[in-house]
Write a protein that binds this ligand. Structure first.
Ligand SMILES: [Mg+2]
Length: 201
């Protein structure tokens, strides 16, 4: 194995409550946690949109509020040390549906930009499938050279489309029963367990 590709939200940082509260505010209080979790059953950008103009305004508002909140997020010390450990043996990447702008705020504030070879967000492409293909081509990776670590069913499905093995974490946006539907390679419950699975494979 050569590379570990991480999703960001729910894996590197638990942003669930923050994201839900912002979406709740934008929806005018009209969004349950279950409805919000359902956004991530597939690619977030492929959800059915009734009013495109409103969707665009809402999403601009979301990113504005989120970027402000991201300025205060501090990376967990154990996540940080585990990523440092992994970076000694593997190339690390981020493939996220969040904006690179927000991810850069986070990693710059936490002085941790250098740990990743590349951080690919929504500005690169809205499809994670296309972002995997971009990495495979640029770095001459085969799917089996990589492992993808994520917390949502939608991401597992996108990983499956390019044949990349997924380690799903059940401490993020989706719980174990939902993750199982995507048939990930493994489901783990801590960052330490991710290390264990990666080192024996
Ligand atoms: Mg996620």
């Amino acid at each position: 194995m050569k590379a570990i590709i991480f999703d960001f939200d729910g894996v590197i940082h638990d942003t669930y409550e923050m994201a839900y509260q912002i979406n709740l505010k934008i929806s005018g209080g009209n969004l349950t946690r279950e409805q919000h979790r359902d956004f991530f059953n597939g690619n977030i950008f492929e959800k059915v949109v009734v009013d495109e103009e409103k969707e665009k305004a809402d999403s601009e508002q979301f990113y504005k509020l989120q970027n402000k909140a991201f300025e205060h997020l501090k990376i967990d010390a154990s996540v940080k040390s585990n990523l440092e450990k992994l970076s000694l043996r593997y190339l690390l990447f981020i493939i996220s549906s969040n904006q690179e702008e927000a991810l850069n705020i986070y990693f710059q504030n936490n002085k941790f930009v250098h740990i990743f070879k590349e951080i690919l967000g929504a500005e690169t492409h809205q499809s994670k499938v296309e972002k995997f293909k971009y990495l495979f081509e640029k770095y001459k990776f085969k799917a089996e050279d990589c492992v993808f670590v994520t917390d949502t069913l939608g991401d597992i499905i996108e990983g499956n489309k390019v044949g990349v093995k997924t380690i799903a974490v059940d401490f993020g946006f989706h719980k174990k029963d939902r993750l199982e539907k995507g048939k990930p390679f493994k489901i783990v419950s801590s960052f330490d367990e991710i290390i264990k699975v990666i080192n024996i494979n």
